[in-house]
Design a protein. Sequence first.
Length: 285
Amino acid sequence: MSFQYPKSAKALHKYIANKISTVYDAKEAENISRILLMDLLNLTGTDIILDGPVQHDKVNGKRLNEAIERLLNNEPLQYILERADFFGFELYMNHHVLIPRPETEELVRLVIEIAPEKPHILDIGTGSGCIAIALAKRIIHSRVDAVDVSEEALEVARRNAKLNLADVDFVIQDILLVNELDKKYDIIVSNPPYIPSSERTSMAKNVVQNEPEVALFVPDNSPFLFYDKIAELGLKSLAENGWLFFEIHEGKGAELRQLLLEKGYRSIFIHQDMQGKNRILQAGF
């Protein structure tokens, strides 16, 4: 696919937005077009507004061509640009890790509000490291451990920790095979796989076709597979006055609350995200 680009910033912005409007709605297409121009052609928002000139060269033109083609094939922008923003930090991205969502930023914000002084924190299923890195950077004198079953994901997480000068101890671990943690934690936080496999067909193509399945889906007959395991570990490994924090499926909050009650957790709170959906569960003794 080859494009003959307009020579002015505003016209090029509109041109790209129109090209990708078959995949994205108008507002999102405009936002993505602006990001591409700023990232790949070093234009500014002012350049676009004032319709400044665009200097094309073969390298940047080729990169822009490739980016548009990948967008038209439903590939997320974050993978194309190999970066994402999360809680004020820039993260490296590739297909081995989930793209961080705004709801997860709300989870991090709540943990920060609740955390005691000098907390020891465990992030289970760290992926890109976004939760662990944000907590390590934002909570003074915290100690943060993070585990994941994927060595490829941990490579991304370690790269992101180095990029953001975050002190996190990353360990490869299949949490489903662990019977007991070897440390006590003030906070155990997780955004585990929680989407039933049967919901796959109703999800956006750019998610299902690109993001790692192991980080998204659970069997239909075991929707609480990871929550159940982590809650069991928390019974032994949470310090006095410690807390579990989970990102959860919006439709499973009541069932998950009952599961934790049956395990012996008593202080259980379900928090809504900015869209009014049940998204975060907090549990303690």
